[in-house]
Write a protein that binds this ligand. Structure first.
Ligand code: HEC
Ligand SMILES: [Cu+2]
Length: 329
């Protein structure tokens, strides 16, 4: 983890009279207010108005870089993907400083962390960190390791008569074979595939179809949603996918009918945000596919890519959380 020094030069902004600040400088007392290392003036504007400027930066490993951040058109927030503690709120017109020292090379993404327009998520920029050392080496995401095609159509499976319930599933007095209980199984299988496999199990022969669906709901709900996942969803996803996951967030309509200017500027056709309560769709989908979409984005559909923004643990926490929209309690 890089060392972070949020040295906010508040003195100038917390009502210290300009004259006083100026005389302090004249006395040479302002030296300690001067940030060390590289200084980057970074301006935030809505994506429609050009986004961050500059939008790409190069800095050196081990050298403190001070971002002098100003929001020019409306309130924004600055944050660097995958680095906790880098979020800075940017009220309109007030400068905020953040000093960061990167301790390994690689490509980082900085982004706006406050909803500012339907194209808010496009407010992103890159920081190329060069110098000695090796970039953080993660393994490829699960969908790549499983060889999954995120865009392949997923045929709608035979649907349960009622929305499967985790609580009813938990109440089944049944010893499930251990193979179904591991995280690896859950992440790679769709609920429909799990239902089909369980349906064949001798241990489940006494159950009816709905009871087996309830078991699947229980299996898929064992990673209880974390408080962090709820917050991440509310802050980053609800605007499109809706608070209850039904694809009806405040920006959903705007996405479905992106004006032509935005189409021309950003390309591609946008789609309506996925309705996570849609059983036909979700029962055919594995956590690996959901996480893959989250990491890679929709490539032009309007679904942003979050790979460089969230840590791997955060992407799984969000993926687990999405099942709360699918299954009944
Ligand atoms: C700007 C609007 C927008 C935001 C914000 C957004 N999404 Fe999406 N999302 C979409 C759209 C549109 C689709 C459907 C098109 C597609 O799948 O590419 C989608 C699809 C998805 C899918 C694929 C579902 C499937 O069955 O293939 C997942 C998973 C997903 N979003 C999760 C999230 C999560 C989690 C967040 C928050 C971190 C999020 N989305 C934020 C617009 C958005
Ligand atoms: Cu924004």
């Amino acid at each position: 983890m890089p060392r972070l020094h949020p040295l906010l030069s508040y003195a100038f902004y917390l009502g210290l009279p300009a004259g006083l600040a100026f005389s302090a400088m004249a006395l040479g007392l302002a030296a300690w207010l001067q940030p060390a290392g590289t200084v980057v003036d970074l301006h935030a504007r809505m994506a429609e108005s050009g986004g961050w400027s500059p939008a790409s930066l190069t800095v050196r490993v081990g050298e403190p870089v001070t971002f002098r951040l100003t929001a020019d058109d409306t309130a924004h927030a600055f944050a660097i993907g995958q680095l906790d503690g880098t979020r800075v709120d940017l009220p309109l017109g007030e400068r905020r400083d953040l000093t960061v020292t990167f301790d390994r090379p690689g490509k980082y993404v900085f982004y706006c962390a406050l909803w500012c327009s339907p194209n808010h998520w496009r407010m992103r920029g890159t920081i190329e960190v060069t110098g000695p050392g090796l970039p953080a080496a993660g393994e490829p995401p699960l969908y790549v390791r499983l060889g999954l095609d995120l865009d392949a159509p997923r045929p709608t499976p035979a649907l349960p008569a009622a929305r499967p319930s985790a609580a009813r599933g938990a109440a089944q007095p049944l010893d499930l074979p251990a193979a179904y209980l591991g995280q690896a199984y859950y992440r790679a299988a769709s609920p429909a595939a799990a239902w089909q496999a369980l349906r064949q199990e001798p241990a489940a022969q006494a159950l009816d179809d709905q009871q087996v669906w309830d078991l699947v709901a229980w299996l898929w709900s064992r990673n209880a949603p974390t408080a962090e996942a709820r917050t991440l969803y509310a802050e980053n996803c609800a605007a499109c996918h809706g608070e209850s996951g039904a694809g009806d967030g405040q920006w959903a309509a705007a996405l479905a009918q992106q004006d032509h200017a935005a189409q021309a500027e950003f390309g591609a056709h946008t789609e309506a945000p996925t309705d996570f309560t849609d059983l036909g769709r979700m029962l055919a989908t594995s956590p690996a596919i959901l996480q893959g979409k989250l990491l890679r984005g929709g490539m032009g559909t309007g679904m942003p890519y979050w790979g460089p923004i969230f840590t791997e643990a955060q992407t799984w926490a969000l993926t687990d959380y999405l099942w709360t929209f699918v299954f009944a309690e």
